[in-house]
Design a protein around this ligand. Sequence first.
Ligand code: NAD
Length: 520
Amino acid sequence: MAQAKKALAKKSRATARATKRTRSKTYHNFIGGRWVPSQSGQWLENRNPADTRDLVGRFPLSISDDVSAAVSAAAAAFDGWRRTPAPRRAEILFRVGEILIRDKEKYTADMTREMGKVSKEAGGDVQEAIDCTYYAAGEGRRLHGFTTPAEMPNKFAMCVRQPVGVCGLITPWNFPMAIPSWKLIPALVCGNTVVIKPAEDTPLSTYNLVRACEEAGVPPGVVNLVTGYGETVGAGITSHNSLRLISFTGSTDTGRLVASACAERNAICSLEMGGKNAIIVLDDADIDNAIEGAVWGAFGTSGQRCTASSRLIVHKKVYRQFAKKLVERAKALRVGNGADRAVEVGPVINSEAVHKIMGYIDIGQHEDGATLACGGHHLTKGEYAHGYYIEPTVFTDVEPNMRIAQEEIFGPVTSVIPTNSLDEAIEIANGVRYGLSAAIYTQDVNRAFHAMNETYTGIFYVNSSTIGAEVHLPFGGTKGTGNGHREAGTQVLETFSEWKSVYVDYSGKLQRAQIDTVEL
Ligand code: NAD
């Protein structure tokens, strides 16, 4: 009898644990300070791209009613938050930073599991969120305006920042915590309230960030999270009349839709979009260093970075040597599940990405006629059977106008393009629709500065890869990459605040600007 009771207790503990496990896999939207399911009653599955049998969690498959509820909550919270002194807002945000540090390991593991990036890089992504949080929170005691002389005597002129209002934040899957933090934390320190929608493939990392905000004491309604598809939740946010600003990061095609919807209703719109970034390698470069930069830039995050080095423009004098070494390095890269610390290249994000990348590999070989120097396979056997794995792929003898050298592939594929001179290399680097990042490897400071001056991108590196942005410098691109805004640095404050010019006339009489001039 006692034994049966014991067995029953054990079984019920096991059931409770199992239920808890199942429960812990179901996540909710965060609206007005409460965790709630979608009004659709439906769910979106978040699966591990390294092994799709692993269900990371179920997230709300939200609809426009959820967006409206979140916007209403954010609008209701706006006055309270904007009137909270900025240094007080910042104190709460510093606490967010502390929580991110405390739970960095867990967030890193969650990110590798839902997005696939290798552990070390996932840790870097979380670290970027920590850096951004501390840096932007520091602005709570700055948010500088300025004073300037007035035209009239006994008159004072100054400019102050004010928050924009309720902001919609739409983010991609490739930097699942860093990019949400780039938008969320500066928006909050400026006094805005937000509705954030993460990419459908990676909601958990944004969930973790929002939970940290809740724990840190961000008041209810100030941050609202709605998960779901772009066509419903994203479009619902973009077109919602009460959202004064949309900050979007994603593909250029989606960005164009976002921009049109914002133009319709005269909303502010900040766009960070695609890239087709080039490394120029000159004949005097330290080739081994350039190879390291190229490998890291092309195959880090499996090539799924907006700043990925997808074009390597190499001087003909060192071209063969460079290509040979690059291929050797690419072939030696260990592909696999990013949770394994020995792995250097993780899976790509989903089956559509496999389809798109393999399509470009086919175009490279057949339509473009470039040489497939290594890789090119979709890995499907053994340890790769349940994930989305593509071999690190190098095309050589690529012409600048080929599609693989013009279009964003967003996978572990890079193109080596021979060049005769620095000026030709710069022309090739500039000859794409995007303008995010570029790099040069040379020992000659004159040539490095010349390239820096002539390359029309938002980011430029000398003797370093096209990736590696730091949060205290502005981030963004020209042409098809952006629309003139910048994230990070103090420049992000220009997006999330508006200027108010203030004139204080203490002359005690009417002084008419441009009319009552002072006699000299
Ligand atoms: P995507 O454009 O498919 O999606 C981005 C976000 O937009 C997602 O949250 C998605 O759900 C949402 N969305 C989709 N359709 C929408 C619509 N009609 N209205 C509103 N929102 C919609 O991009 P992605 O595949 O998630 O990300 C990869 C792209 O992001 C690449 O092009 C990459 O270069 C770019 N990116 C740019 C930067 C940058 O800072 N420049 C950084 C990271 C990624």
